[in-house]
Design a protein around this ligand. Structure first.
Ligand SMILES: [Zn+2]
Length: 273
């Protein structure tokens, strides 16, 4: 049987269309109550403002073995910042992270997947080991952000597996097959269809590959959103729990940080001495 890894990540930010942090204060404890049932440590991509407001909360998750990585200093599109602004935001994010965790963040996911070539090239120089922003095979993303359709369509045709960018820096993109393996399809699709989406992605993933499932911190709390009319947060949590149990029957959980280290170790072993 092929060995496939599984990662659950959460884009952790201000609540949708709000300046509140209920997803952090009430949503993440709900996530914790689910993941403690499994041998699963999530990866949180956290914005700088969340870290500034709740440093102790994230220190505590990190002590429990969860991975904390960066989701931008502020929740702004990186493809709309100029080069100096990109550098400035990355520097501020990393400095803040170091102050709280005494370590450099390993991973980065650009807000709204707004990664571009300049940002990708800057990340290793700030000590990042991987980026997880590209959206290969994800055509829903193109519809979600029509103003950025060109960039998102380009992303949809990028490599749909982890790829080495420099000696010790990787791109590990979230999983998709037309529909992404994320919170929105989990909300709107019946669970058995979401499981079939997973099965299809599993089938296409090679031995030692990884499947990335993610949602937002605010998916776990009540919002004024149309999606929650179909799927209120209690139901989302239940589906997320059932899906996680299903995914872990066929895969091994791993944080993206750990997965990146294993890729780097394999690549270094292959290097001619
Ligand atoms: Zn985000």
């Amino acid at each position: 049987m092929k060995r496939i890894f599984f990662n659950l990540s959460v884009d952790t930010e201000q609540d949708l269309h709000s300046t509140q942090y209920t997803g952090v204060t009430q949503g993440l404890p709900l996530l914790a109550s689910v993941v403690e049932k499994y041998p699963l440590l999530p990866t949180l991509f956290v914005t700088g403002d969340c870290l500034e407001n709740y440093p102790k909360v994230f220190q505590s998750y990190k002590r429990q073995g969860w991975e904390i990585s960066l989701h931008g200093y502020r929740h702004l599109r990186y493809d709309e910042l100029n080069l100096n602004q990109k550098k400035g935001h990355l520097q501020k994010g990393v400095t803040l992270f170091k102050k709280i965790f005494k370590a450099t963040p390993s991973g980065f996911r650009a807000p709204q997947h707004s990664i571009d070539t300049d940002t990708l090239q800057l990340l290793p120089s700030f000590g990042f080991r991987y980026d997880s922003s590209f959206t290969p095979r994800n055509f829903l993303q193109v519809l979600f952000f029509p103003c950025y359709w060109k960039a998102q369509l380009k992303h949809a045709f990028t490599k749909n597996a982890p790829s080495r960018i420099t000696d010790s820096f990787y791109e590990i993109p979230p999983s998709a097959f037309i529909f992404p393996l994320t919170g929105f399809p989990l909300s709107i699709l019946p669970l058995f269809l979401f499981k079939r989406l997973f099965d299809l992605i599993y089938f296409l993933t090679p031995h030692n590959g990884i499947i990335l499932f993610y949602f937002h911190s605010w998916s776990l709390i009540p919002l004024k959103s149309k999606v929650q009319k179909y799927c209120p947060p209690e139901q989302f949590l239940k589906k997320m729990d059932q899906f996680t149990a299903y995914a872990l029957r066929k895969t091994e959980a791993i944080t993206l940080e750990e997965y990146t280290y294993s890729l780097t170790a394999v690549a270094n072993k292959k290097k001619p001495k």
